[in-house]
Design a protein around this ligand. Structure first.
Ligand SMILES: [Fe+2]
Ligand SMILES: [Fe+2]
Length: 157
């Protein structure tokens, strides 16, 4: 007996989880690059925070992957990857910390929006995925708030 009896619903959830998986993978790429590229005293805190988040986001990608597999899906290979995080491309000016902070906020907000959608889609049919994504959502909200705090400080004259 399948975990989710409604086949269309199962496919919908696997597809939402696959998108979430790619979002985490792209975030890992962007956070690694920006945590290394930035220069200056003002960048140190941001770089450390991004470095810590890389580990968290890899863990999220693995959780999404395992759930895709549990729901009879397949974790995609790198050839299927399509980038979308334009605002997290490393800035030409390596001291432009504010643009990286804003990019992180946009990425975390995007994750929050998508994971909220996944949670809603699971309602009444898949509480295990729902519970997992609620916990991941809590992490992303923490990341968002942290970077909103950084932005507040950096935008002060
Ligand atoms: Fe994440
Ligand atoms: Fe995050």
């Amino acid at each position: 007996m399948p975990i989710i009896r409604d086949e269309a619903k199962r496919k919908e959830i696997v597809s939402l989880l696959t998108q979430a998986y790619w979002m985490e993978i792209e975030t890992v790429q962007s956070y690694i690059a920006n945590s290394i590229n930035l220069d200056g005293v003002r960048a140190e805190e941001i770089k450390n925070s991004l470095q810590t988040d890389v580990t968290a986001e890899i863990g999220h990608a693995q959780q999404f992957g395992r759930r895709i597999k549990e729901l009879y899906g397949r974790v995609p290979g790198s050839f299927d990857f399509k980038p979308s995080q334009r605002s997290l491309q490393p800035p030409a000016d390596t001291t432009d910390v504010v643009s990286v902070i804003k990019g992180v906020i946009e990425a975390e907000q995007g994750a929050i929006d998508h994971y909220t959608k996944v949670i809603q889609s699971c309602e009444g049919v898949d509480y295990v995925t729902q519970d997992m994504v609620v916990k991941i959502l809590a992490d992303e909200e923490g990341h968002l708030r942290e970077f909103e705090g950084f932005l507040k400080e950096y935008e002060r004259k």
